[in-house]
Design a protein around this ligand. Sequence first.
Ligand code: MSP
Length: 512
Amino acid sequence: MSKAFYVTTPIYYVNDAPHIGHAYTTVAGDVLTRWHRQRQESVFYLTGTDEHGTKVERTARENNMEPQDWCDRLVENSWKPVLETIEAANDDFIRTTSTRHRKGVRKFWETVRDNGHVYEADFEGPYCVGCEEFKRPGDLVDGKCPIHDRPVEMLHESNYFFRLAQFQDALLEHYERHPTAVEPKSAYNEVVSFIKSGLEDISMSRSSVGWGVSLPWDDKQVVYVWFDALLNYITAIGYGEDDEKLASIWPANVHLVGKDILRFHAVYWPAMLMAAGLPLPDKVFAHGWLLVGGEKMSKSKLTGISPESITDDFGADAFRYYFLRAIQFGQDGSFSWEDMAARYQAELANGLGNLASRATAMVVRYRDGSLPAPGDYTNADLALQELLVACAEQADAAMGRLDFSGGILAIKEFVDAVNVYVTEQQPWVLAKDEATAQRLDTVLYTICESLRAIAVLYHPVMPAATSLIWDSLGAAGELGQQSVLTVSQWGQLAPGSVVTKSESLFPRLDTK
Ligand code: MSP
């Protein structure tokens, strides 16, 4: 069996509930994996929660709870439900407090230590609890962490160190040979220049923290939270337990991360994997931030917007569509309710929704809900068929580059062209004259067949609305199993299919 196309999200800290910045990453991964599933590939999509470390422990204590109880509550009440809110179809959910993860972490570090990459030493340095990271003096602005805008803490500990510096040359060589292993290009350049600036060995354990995975060789220390968390990507797929499963999924094809956690994924993580003798991921893709007032949206700054506050009004499909359509993946983007509402109305309600309801209503009205067989095609019909071939190819190429907005635009171009076709062909005029009955058949078939292709292509982005379109076309088979690679082969809808009037896919917004 071929290796699965493996995509991961970061695992989220459970110190707070999810906001749309977190949901953004998960949606991107979900669209990417659904797209690959519809390329008939075997796929594995992982997400989960990061539950150890000072930040989570302190939050639990502030809420007068034991850390484990706190984590259980947040995972069950907030983090797992949000996956349903945004219609994510992940294959697994990894928690760092689970036995499988904890066992894998201990096994990994035991191996790396046996391989000679861990030693004991004293350390003192500024630590940002928000980042869960020791900072270099050059990272600080006015003595504060620039990401969290709050003072760092001076920590002095006797710790175990990971020989990161030793991997400097191997990492540089890896990135020279694999120029797309980090994307976008700006992120690649940042990583390479960070490595060139000189890597220092890094503390891989903490003695002052209790909430974590204890070291197999020293139970007074726990594994530093990042060196515990990164391992989720392999502990979830059998590391230390099921070598066959691991080999059928690892290495990851894409690790999706926000740009704030790039260094961990593109420097520390590959070095850890080298130290353990495991293959490196194909790609780390760093996306931008959702901004509020020009700053990274965050719960701690009280600028977090919950995903439900958007999906309650707009629905999950529109949520998924909007963030990937409006923001170039890899760039920062500002969220605004006005822009969201405007695109919802123009592109989804008036564009796609209107097309689906007009098309199906006409077949019901003029042909009693039975899809007519097409007659001879005119140049206008053939032009639409050719456009579909081009748009489907463009969409596939863009999705392959993680250019989600480009992929959506290619599909949207086809939707717009079909709407123009309907207006130009005027089926309502053809319906008035028996002499043009066959032309009406061809036009109705062309519109519905186009809609079939749109449902297949948009399914990874908008699973619910496209399923409704699929059902109302009376199309055969499971929509999620339709190939995006053969979608433009014309004539897949069987004449005689039972077409029913599509429900309103994107209901009018309450203007209040
Ligand atoms: N637990 C670590 C990740 C460990 S992965 C081995 C962590 N967690 S986090 O909850 O703070 O952030 C998770 C992800 O959410 C990060 O990729 C981060 O970039 C992303 N986002 C958090 N706020 C965001 C925005 N405002 N906008 C976009 N993404 C944001 O870091």
